[in-house]
Design a protein around this ligand. Structure first.
Ligand code: NAG
Length: 404
């Protein structure tokens, strides 16, 4: 026997050994279909499927009718041609299966199958918060000695040491997605498991706003992946002199004020502050409590334009007060000018009058005799009705003199 012939025989022997037994690795819940291509449908009337020697199902090839066996699996097993289909495998389905019928020459043949149901478990959960630890386990049912290795696509590099367990410390968003439990038997089997990483909260490091203005402090999360919110809210250290919001599952904040607006949506917890004061500056912390734990993020609020702008911001009332002061000053000024003009006019008039009087006096000197004047006056008479009589007007020059 040549060496090549030996090799051929060894290969054939190996094929017979392994070919005699088909191996299936299926994740719990997946479907498996085992076939029985070795038998000849021309010579075979019934195909018998057994699990560990116990009849599961007998399939009549001509009619397709089935008769049930007594295996536990019987209820869930379905015929598939003359193959066997299990729509959703359970851990207890792992084990040896066989199908039997007749080959083309009429000899009874039995074909062996091995089913390994793989249960993948993620602890604490397949949806975890960022920065927490996760352990992946890949347990293979049905006495498998095949090596197991966890890997992370797309580069498919082995993760951790070989074995059915791997622990991911302080997960990041990069750890989210598909993981593969790779089992190397005659073939390479990949069992997939998806991990969701929730977080981080998205915010900004720093927000700068003007005193008197309004600012949005952002805080949101891309997805909760089905985790439910227990509580979400904002704090500042040191505490603010106004109330910051905290809400429960309903996301309703009843204490909304003109200073703080907080209307969180399912994944958006942005808070709005208005009428900013320099004292509103500081480090604000957004905290989200979900079923799996707590997420926080913080940002620094800077308020610019300190006191000057703050006064202008407070201004609504002060501004109007200032206006009235200016109006008052203007009115007072106008009054002062009017007063000054009146005084000047009167002074000039008086001086003119005095000059006139002096001129008159000098002209009438000879005539302005008291006797003469009195003689000229009308005789006073008592009024018949007793009414007070108006005194007669003084002579012109006398009136002017009085004014002096
Ligand atoms: C969150 O809501 C605010 C308005 O309240 C909006 O301006 C902001 O863009 C939203 N953020 C995200 C990430 O959707």
């Amino acid at each position: 026997m040549s060496s090549s012939e030996t090799l051929l025989w060894i290969t054939l022997a190996l094929c017979a050994a392994t070919g005699g037994s088909d191996v299936y690795y299926k994740k719990r819940g997946q479907e498996v279909t085992m076939d029985c291509t070795a038998i000849d449908p021309k010579t075979t009337r019934d195909v018998e499927w057994k699990q560990g020697g116990v009849l599961v199902i007998k399939i009549n090839i001509k009619s397709g009718s089935t008769s049930k066996g007594s295996a536990r699996l019987t209820k869930r097993a379905r015929p598939n041609g003359y193959g066997l289909r299990i729509p959703s495998v359970e851990v207890g389905d792992s084990g040896d299966y066989s199908c039997s019928g007749f080959d083309a020459r009429g000899y009874r043949i039995t074909k062996e199958h091995k089913l390994h149901v793989v249960s993948v478990s993620v602890s604490p959960s397949d949806t975890v918060l960022i920065s927490t630890n996760v352990t992946l386990r890949c347990d293979i049912g049905g006495n498998s000695t095949a090596p197991v290795q966890w890997m992370k696509p797309p580069d498919d590099k082995p993760h951790g040491s070989p074995g059915n367990t791997v622990t991911l410390k302080s997960v990041t968003s990069a750890d989210a997605g598909k993981w593969i439990c790779q089992i190397k038997d005659n073939t390479v089997e990949n069992i997939e498991q998806v991990i969701n990483v929730v977080g981080p909260l998205i915010s900004t490091l720093e927000v700068t706003a003007l005193a008197g203005g309004t600012v949005h402090l952002p805080c949101s999360i891309p997805s909760l992946n089905g985790l439910s919110i227990d509580e979400v809210g904002w704090t500042r250290n040191p505490p603010t002199d106004f109330q910051l919001p905290t809400v429960g599952k309903d996301l309703q904040w009843s204490k909304s004020s003109s200073k703080v607006k907080f209307q969180p949506l399912s994944t958006n917890f942005t808070m709005t502050l208005t009428k900013l004061k320099p004292s509103d500056a500081g480090v604000y912390v957004c905290t989200l409590n979900v079923s799996g734990g707590i997420l926080t993020t913080q940002l620094t609020l800077k308020v610019e334009g300190g006191s000057a702008l703050a006064t202008e911001a407070n201004v609504e009332r002060p501004a109007t007060v200032g206006m009235w002061v200016w109006v008052a000053i203007a009115v007072a000024g106008v009054l002062l000018i009017v007063l000054a003009v009146v005084i000047v006019l009167m002074y000039h008039r008086n001086r003119r009058m005095r000059r006139k009087v002096r001129k008159l006096r000098s002209m009438r000197q000879p005539l302005t005799n008291r006797t003469y004047c009195q003689c000229d006056r009308p005789v006073r008479q008592p009024h018949p009705e007793g009414k007070k009589e108006r005194p007669p007007p003084l002579p012109r020059y006398q009136y002017d003199v009085m004014n002096e």
